[in-house]
Ligand binder design. Structure first.
Ligand code: HEM
Length: 454
């Protein structure tokens, strides 16, 4: 049986140019590059990416079966740590995503309680307060750059709930360092020098680390650990089965890792939800009616969030059409087999939420925004396992999914209760969106107070 398997080199697709592989196509076209390869070659194709940026020969696999293989069935033969090593300059090996096997299971068990629903309930008030205060300004500003303002809002929420900072100037400072660190991911030259993206990112990382170190020091001095209901507080209180606590460096690395995992993802999904809703007055009204029925026009409370099925389906439809993590990468450490090919150790296996989510075999009329596809009896995501993977799946599935959904529901509810809005460019001008990462920068939104409308 094994003899009949073809070598991965025989897959359709192209490795591109020597040394740089397909880098030029990917830099120029981003997600669209993979989409075009999929159209040309089908649901399994090869590419290559430079080793200098943490890759090599890659098998790109599309569809629920491939997702299940990579995230579950063959997970023991794959390494998330090596598959995501391009993120190491930002998040360090202390983040669970960069760990495998026994080490990963042990760390994940320790940190899961931080994002368990009991714990995230304690973040509700903070998120609501930041969301309410921030969006109050949006109505006064005329047309806003949606991406920039949403980034500020989600960063403020993350810095407040994770690090416990509550002074505006501190939040702004940490947010600026974080943006510099995030942008340094684009830096090809890994030289720690102020002249390079990478160097500026590392300098910003050291500043964030120093800021967190001071928070830890203050809390120890003030004996304030147990009282602090933020992520740093939880990280400082965790004790493993042998009585060990996280070291100061581990706490810093985890916190920076969480900022990274939580921020860009939530911000991007929020932008596209605002875009879709901004183009659909009927859905804005439907969500508003659902909210009114549940809250009875009182302030939003935590328990209301569990009674908003239509809003939950809108979030899922956003996750389906605009998954912020459009590709998930693993390094192959032991040969795996898929679709008649052997994918050997040393290669990378990459799966794509963005393309799985638009397969007509799974989702009816996949390009259309149709949140009801998730409501009974349709429940299109239940037909095949691993067909909705915007939050990943298997051992490395997102630990922040509840936090993210709570945050997005709070922001959306706050906006729906306060404003009506329009977004440019319009759906007709840019759909279907194949480059959401860069396209989101073009989005602008105009908010009109509901009181002025009704
Ligand atoms: C809309 C928001 C979010 C989306 C779409 C999202 C998506 C994902 C995805 C796709 C993965 C799996 C990556 C892989 O398997 O390679 C993941 C993992 C992870 N996410 Fe999220 N995420 C979001 C928000 C958050 C938040 C708020 C946190 C909180 C800190 C968070 C923390 C993590 C962590 C720590 C992991 C790694 C888990 C592990 O390796 O065991 N994420 N996320």
């Amino acid at each position: 049986m094994k003899d009949k398997l073809k070598p991965a080199e025989m897959m359709p697709g192209s490795f591109g140019l020597p040394f740089i592989g397909q880098t030029i196509g990917i830099l120029a076209k981003q997600e669209l590059f993979y989409w075009q390869q999929y159209q040309q070659y089908g649901n399994i194709f090869k590419i290559s990416l430079p080793e200098a940026i943490g890759f090599g020969k890659c098998a790109c696999l599309i569809g629920p079966e491939a997702n299940q293989l990579v995230l579950k069935d063959a997970a023991d033969k794959l390494s998330s740590r090596l598959g995501n090593r391009s993120l190491e300059p930002i998040v360090s090996k202390d983040l669970v995503l960069l760990q495998d096997g026994v080490e990963h299971r042990a760390s994940r068990k320790l940190i899961l309680p931080i994002f368990h629903h009991q714990a995230i309930a304690s973040y509700f008030d903070t998120i609501q307060a930041v969301a309410t205060a921030t969006v109050t300004d949006w109505g006064k500003q005329g047309t806003i750059n949606l991406e920039a303002e949403m980034r500020k809002l989600t960063l403020s929420i993350a810095v407040r709930t994770f690090l416990g900072s509550n002074k505006t100037e501190e939040i702004d400072r940490v947010s600026q360092w974080y943006v510099t660190l995030f942008n340094s991911l684009n830096g090809m030259v890994k030289w720690d020098n102020p002249l390079t993206f990478y160097g500026r990112g590392q300098a910003a990382r050291r500043k964030i680390a120093e800021y967190i170190r001071q928070i830890i020091k203050d809390r120890i001095e003030l004996d304030d650990i147990e009282k602090s209901k933020d992520v740093i507080g939880f990280l400082m209180s965790i004790v493993d089965e042998d009585g060990n606590k996280f070291t100061e460096t581990q706490i810093i690395n985890q916190a920076i890792g969480f900022l990274f995992a939580a921020h860009e993802t939530t911000s991007s999904l929020m932008n596209w939800l605002m875009f879709e809703l901004g183009n659909r007055p009927e859905w804005r009204q439907q969500l508003r009616t659902e909210l009114q029925q549940v809250t009875g026009n009182e302030a939003l409370k935590l328990q209301h969030l569990r009674q908003l099925p239509q809003m939950s389906n809108v979030l899922k439809e956003g996750e389906r059409l605009y998954p912020p993590v459009h590709a998930l990468s693993r390094a192959v450490v032991e040969d795996i087999e898929y679709a008649g090919y052997t994918i050997p150790a040393g290669w990378y296996a990459i799966i794509f939420p963005s393309m799985t989510h638009r397969m007509p075999e799974i989702y009816k009329d996949p390009e259309s925004f149709d949140p009801d596809r998730f409501a009974p009896p349709r429940e299109e995501d239940k037909k095949y396992p691993y067909s909705l993977i915007g939050f990943g799946g298997g051992a490395h599935s997102c630990i922040g999914v509840e936090f993210a959904n709570m945050e997005m529901k709070i922001i959306l509810s706050t906006l729906l209760q306060k404003y009506d809005w329009t977004v440019t460019p319009t759906l007709a001008e840019i759909a279907p969106v194949r480059k959401p990462f860069s396209m989101q920068k073009k989005l602008t939104a105009t908010f009109v107070s509901i009181d002025l409308l009704y």
